[in-house]
Design a protein around this ligand. Structure first.
Ligand SMILES: CC(C)(COP(=O)(O)OP(=O)(O)OC[C@H]1O[C@@H](n2cnc3c(N)ncnc32)[C@H](O)[C@@H]1OP(=O)(O)O)[C@@H](O)C(=O)NCCC(=O)NCCS
Length: 313
């Protein structure tokens, strides 16, 4: 019945304004589509689908992306999003989008679809489960109010580490040349492979990572050094006014259990304070006990999280 009046369109940032007259605030807008279009390269296969009423109201949104996309999207996997206007739930709109996306995925020889759903959204979770997606991971954001952080309570930790020969610095302290940048991203990858769920992910090109972080302040890329060798890192990225994002933190296996993760994260917090941040945010995988424990000790508070799900096709 719904199929008689609704129509499926391939949307782009260029045709969006002509086709979409009205939309729920929960569905992506032209700016989001523009951002998605800018995320890939010429080899990326990106389909943006919109289901519209005859009056131009968007009631469903779908996205399929494969090829060069997220740096750690596995080969053969496609990143998929399906969103339906809540007023149009249970009328077949989501099924229609998924059928269309699966057809496109088969034509493009994708072997799996992956998607993300908020862990407090039972309706979406039931739906993706019913459609054959299986949970592969759970991650959540946690936040730290940096203004309340007592940096001096870590003085003894730094005293001990510095007495053992460890020095703390940032990537900004090194001459910015491609050799140092490659060295940084090689070290990053060595540590990333120990993050739960990352060991089978493809390695992103150093060049890609360098381009993605070209304009990021390297003073926030904290490094711990032992006798000239990098042994730990924590990346603090000034994200928006008042917010610093704490991305990858890792410690060389031979140096774990000495408080180095805490120390580099405290340096990252120091960077956030220097940049007048209100809070820091970070993401944790629920399986990563070590990192969860480090963050808890620092005072990070947990927020609702996200399930990663995969469907083999
Ligand atoms: C997570 C990681 C950074 C911890 O490094 P670390 O230097 O060993 O951690 P610290 O010595 O600073 O430990 C701080 C606290 O965390 C806790 N902790 C550390 N490892 C733990 C583990 N495996 N299980 C449970 N708790 C752990 C300890 O209780 C410690 O507190 P304590 O000193 O009061 O006992 C390290 O294991 C690592 O590099 N893992 C791979 C990369 C990763 O997963 N990064 C997170 C994604 S961003």
């Amino acid at each position: 019945m719904v199929y008689l009046t609704l129509k499926l369109h391939h949307l782009t940032s260029k045709n969006f304004a002509d086709l979409v007259r009205e939309s729920s605030e929960h569905l992506p807008d032209a700016d989001t589509i523009k951002m998605l279009e800018g995320k890939g390269t010429e080899e990326t296969v990106l389909y943006i689908l919109g289901i519209l009423t005859p009056e131009g109201r968007m009631v469903g949104f779908g996205m399929y992306a494969s090829g060069p996309w997220d740096p750690i999207l596995k080969p053969g996997y496609a990143d998929v999003t399906i969103k339906v206007d809540q007023d149009w739930y249970h009328q077949g709109v989501g099924n229609w989008l998924l059928d269309e996306i699966e057809t496109l995925a088969r034509e493009r020889h994708s072997k799996a679809l992956q998607t993300m759903v908020r862990d407090n959204n039972d309706v979406e979770l039931d739906w993706v489960n019913q459609k054959g997606f299986e949970i592969t991971n759970h991650s959540f954001e946690s936040r730290l109010n940096v203004k309340m952080f007592d940096i001096h309570s870590y003085d003894a930790l730094f005293k001990n580490l510095e007495a053992s020969g460890i020095k703390f610095t940032s990537l900004a302290e090194y001459t910015q040349d491609p050799d140092i940048e490659h060295q940084f991203w090689d070290f990053w990858w060595k540590l990333v492979q120990d993050v739960p769920g990352m060991s089978d992910k493809p390695r992103p090109d150093n060049e890609k990572m360098m381009n993605m972080t070209r304009d990021v302040d390297k003073e926030g890329f904290i490094l711990a050094v032992d006798d000239g060798t990098w042994v730990a890192m924590s990346m603090a990225i000034d994200e928006s006014e008042g917010v610093v994002y704490n991305s990858m933190t890792g410690v060389d296996r031979r140096y774990r259990g000495k408080g180095l993760a805490q120390a580099v994260k405290v340096k990252a917090i120091e960077y956030a304070l220097k940049n007048d941040a209100e809070y820091m945010r970070t993401h944790n995988d629920s399986e990563n006990e070590a990192m969860l424990s480090v963050n808890e000790k620092l005072g990070y508070e947990r927020r609702p999280g996200i399930f990663g799900l995969t469907k083999l096709i």
